[in-house]
Design a protein around this ligand. Structure first.
Ligand code: PLP
Length: 435
């Protein structure tokens, strides 16, 4: 757990709600990831998935560590340039690549552009021709992914990447091979987020290697870059499973503490070793040389490196439970909406009464899903005390919105110093766009 005195000092100095980024945690995450990637025999590049948290200061930290950046829009590309990344240290991934984005990537000699569709690759070819360049291209493959009951609700992942089964991936390959301005260098997949076991990575590797063999046999192309995506989980960020949701629904009705998800324990080195061992074995079994390995994690690098400190502004006892209302909720933590993720919270209080009580915590929005925690046992709190929501570095600041409140500031703690790396938005900032 973080130093609560330090957090209190920051809250008093800079106000709340405020994101606090811990530089030592983020740098250690990068170091650990690079260390495990070194076990791969073909050489590797670690890319930070910029969309996870594209704040310039966070990107600068990544650039200073010597890693690369995976960008997917003009906005996060511009932030990465501003942070000091050169085009050669950037890769372009993402579902929708605009002509503007492709043009920036081509002009700045991005290391690779991973295309997702036939339409996209034809637009890329025109831009490459216009600039008279030979552009390194990868194909992101999609796999028929099962998403359980969610797919019944229409949540499926089949739109990401190019399908091998439908023939889209093969048509893209054929187009690239015949085009004088494109070079087919890579294959890419991303098999999900917050994964705490290697299962999907092994499936993804099998598909990538099968397609490598197809390209060798059909077009005599040897793939030199394999990108197995991001998606490595953070043990303290729990996603709810459907079973949990069912059990919690029933427990909620009788006011019992909610259960978090299974499988909190996993070790990054052990999981990565199994992934890399599988990759070595699969390539060796097919007599393929070992291409350069890329990974593009986001959550695993910044997820547990940022907390949100909030203040209790109101308390209320209903016939069901006791609520604390805090000054920042799912407007700043959208990843928590509708029980999609659950995070640890702590109370910082001067209250000497050490009694624990069952608390539920809601944000300030006039919106039914603005719930940060339900039925947690925490030290007795009072209005004005602080509630810290931990490990919210991934997809929270970057997806914050201005529903009823301006966005929060971010403070970076490095050793004994704290610095504002993103200013608090003012009401004027928000209204300044209205004409
Ligand atoms: C293509 C791609 N790469 C990398 C990532 C980063 O994933 P994570 O933050 O789970 O590591 C994502 C996230 O959705 C993605 O879509």
């Amino acid at each position: 757990m973080r130093d609560s005195q330090e957090i209190k000092k920051i809250a008093d100095q800079y106000g709340t709600p405020t994101f606090i980024a811990w530089k030592n945690v983020i740098i250690e995450n990068v170091r650990r990831f690079r260390e495990v990637l070194c076990q791969y025999r073909g050489g590797s590049t670690l890319c930070y998935s910029a969309k996870t948290n594209p704040q310039v200061a966070i990107l600068k930290m990544m650039a200073e560590q010597g890693i690369s950046a995976a960008v997917c829009s003009v906005l996060d590309t511009t932030a990465a340039f501003r942070a000091g990344f050169s085009g050669e240290r950037m890769i372009y991934v993402g579902l929708v690549k605009t002509d503007e984005g492709l043009e920036i990537a081509v002009k700045n000699n991005f290391r690779i552009i991973n295309v997702e569709s036939y339409d996209e690759v034809t637009r890329l070819a025109k831009i490459a021709e216009k600039h008279n360049k030979k552009v390194p291209v990868g194909i992101r493959l999609s796999f028929p992914s099962k998403t359980g009951i969610k797919s019944l609700l229409g949540v499926t992942y089949d739109r990401f990447g190019a399908s091998v089964k439908s023939g889209e991936a093969r048509s893209i390959a054929e187009f690239i091979v015949k085009n004088p301005h494109l070079v087919l260098e890579g294959l890419h997949c991303h098999t999900g987020s917050n994964q705490t076991n290697e299962k999907n990575y092994l499936i993804g590797i099998n598909h990538l290697v099968d397609f490598m063999r197809y390209l060798k046999e059909k077009h005599n192309v040897s793939i030199s870059i394999l990108n197995i995506g991001g998606g490595i989980g953070v043990p303290t960020i729990r996603a709810y499973s459907l079973v949990n949701l069912g059990v919690n629904f029933l427990k909620n009705m009788i006011g019992r503490p909610l259960r978090h998800v299974s499988n909190l324990q996993f070790s990054l080195p052990a999981m990565m070793k199994r992934i890399i061992d599988h990759l070595h074995q699969t390539l060796d079994r097919h007599n393929l040389s070992h291409p350069h390995l890329m990974m593009e994690p986001g959550r695993a690098l910044v997820g547990d490196g940022i907390d949100l400190v909030t203040r209790i502004v109101n308390e209320k006892r209903t016939e069901i439970r006791k609520w604390y209302m805090i000054d920042g909720g799912t407007n700043l933590l959208p990843a928590l909406t509708l029980f999609s993720e659950s995070h640890d919270i702590t109370v910082i209080t001067d209250n000497r009464d050490s009694t624990m009580e069952k608390l539920s915590v809601a944000g300030p929005l006039l919106y039914s899903a603005d719930i940060v925690a339900t039925n947690r046992f925490l030290p007795k709190a009072r209005i004005g005390d602080l509630i810290v929501v931990h490990d919210v570095g991934a997809y929270c600041g970057s997806q914050s919105n201005q529903f009823l409140y301006p966005r929060a500031a971010t403070i970076l703690v490095s050793g004994n110093t704290s610095t504002v790396i993103q200013k608090r938005e003012s009401v004027e900032d928000v209204l300044s766009r209205d004409l």
